[in-house]
Design a protein around this ligand. Sequence first.
Ligand SMILES: Cc1cc2nc3c(=O)[nH]c(=O)nc-3n(C[C@H](O)[C@H](O)[C@H](O)COP(=O)(O)OP(=O)(O)OC[C@H]3O[C@@H](n4cnc5c(N)ncnc54)[C@H](O)[C@@H]3O)c2cc1C
Length: 387
Amino acid sequence: MFAAWLLLEKGLAVDLYDSNTRPGRKFLLAGQSGLNITNEEPPALMAERYGRGRDLFLSLLRDFSPDSLRTWLGNLGVSLIKGNGGKIFPERASAGEILDLWLARLNGNRHFHFIGNARIVQWDGEGLHLNNGDRDLLIKERPVLYALGGASWPGTGSNGSWSGIFRDRGIDVIPFKPMNCAFSVAWSSRFRESRTDKPLKNISMFYGGESRRGELTLTDTGLEGGPVYWFSLPLREEIERNGFAPIHLDLTPDKTVEQLERDLKKRSPRKSLSSFLKGTLRFSPQKAALVHEAFRKAGEMPPSELARGIKKLPLTLTGTGPLERAISVSGGIALTELDDFLMLKKTPGYFAAGEMIDWESPTGGYLLQGCFSTAYRAVEGMEAFLS
Ligand SMILES: Cc1cc2nc3c(=O)[nH]c(=O)nc-3n(C[C@H](O)[C@H](O)[C@H](O)COP(=O)(O)OP(=O)(O)OC[C@H]3O[C@@H](n4cnc5c(N)ncnc54)[C@H](O)[C@@H]3O)c2cc1C
C-alpha cells in the first residue's frame, strides 16, 4: 500500500491485488495491541536491530528513515506520540482510522485500482496467475512488487502459501520460524492452578549478559511479552541447539539486593512468606507465586539468599509458541536472491518488500518501519526498471 502510494506520486498507474477483499488486515491486528509504528532511534543504531539484515537496513533506513515515516504519517493527518524506549505510536488515531485515511487517498487517485479476493496461485515464465473467485487472471506486465507478508496469523491473509510458488521458480525461501513469540515453560501444576492472567509488571529479564525491562504475561504453557520478544531470536536459536534456554528475572528492579534483604529480614517467623510478600512488600500474586515456583523451600531460605534469588530468579524456556500466533516470523526470501533494489535476481522486473523477505527484528516499531523502508527501496528499483 505504501509502495502504491509512492508510485502514484510519481505519476504511475497501480493495480493492487490482495487475496482479501480489503488490504491491511494484519495492520489492523497490530493496532489491537497499540500500533507501535516506528522508533526514534537514529538509523545507525536502529539497523543493529535487524540482525543479519543489518547492512541492508543501514542503507534502507538512510533512504527512508523513521523521520521520513513520521513525516509521511504527519502528511496523512496522523499525529504521533513517544512512548518508552523511543517507541512511536499514533497519538489518537486507531489503526482502522489510519487505514481508512490511507485507502481513501489511494482510492481517490484515478490511476489506482484495487482488485480484492485475488489470490496468486502460480508464477511462471508466462507471468503471474491469480484466481479471482470464478475468474483466472494472468498478469504479464512488469514491474511487479510482491508484498505477501510472513506466515503468522494466517487468518489475516499472510499464510506463507506463496513460498511454494516461489520455490517452484527456483527462488531460495528460508523456512519460516516464529519471532516475537511466546516461549514454553514447564510450570508445576500447582503454579498453573494459582496463575492468573494478570501481567507480571515491572520486571527485568536477563539473558546472554543483557537485560530488558518491561512486563510479561504468564500463560498456562509459558510466558510472552516485550522483554522475551526482545531476546526471541537468540532464545529460539539456543533452544534449537540445546533443547532449552535459561533466563533470569529480577522481580524488584527498583531495589538493590541489600534493600530487599533488609525488607525480608522484617518478616516475623509466624507470617507465611507468601502473605509477607503480598501484604508488606506489595508483590502481586503472580510475583509471589513465581518465587515459590522457582524456590520450592522459599519460606525457609535465609533473607540474603532469598533476596539474591528474587533479584535473579531462574526460569528455563523449553520451546517456542506456535508460528501461527507469533507477532512476526524469521525466514522468507533469502537476502542473496535480491539485488540492492530488492529485485529478485533470477526474475528481472519482480521485486519484494516487507515481512516476506528473510529479515527479522524485535518488537519496538522496527517491523513496520522495515516494511515501509523496504517498500521505499523497491519503488526506486521499479522506477529504475521502467526507465
Ligand atoms: C498481533 C500483532 C501485533 C503487531 N504489532 C506490531 C507493532 O505494534 N509494530 C510493528 O512494527 N509491527 C507489528 N506487527 C507486525 C506487522 O503488523 C507486520 O510485520 C506487517 O504488517 C507486515 O506487513 P507486510 O506488508 O509485509 O505483510 P502483511 O501485512 O502480512 O500483508 C501481506 C498481504 O499479502 C496478502 N497475500 C498473502 N498471500 C497472498 C497470495 N497468495 N495472493 C494474494 N495475496 C496474498 C495477504 O492477504 C496480506 O494482505 C504485529 C503483528 C501482529 C501479528
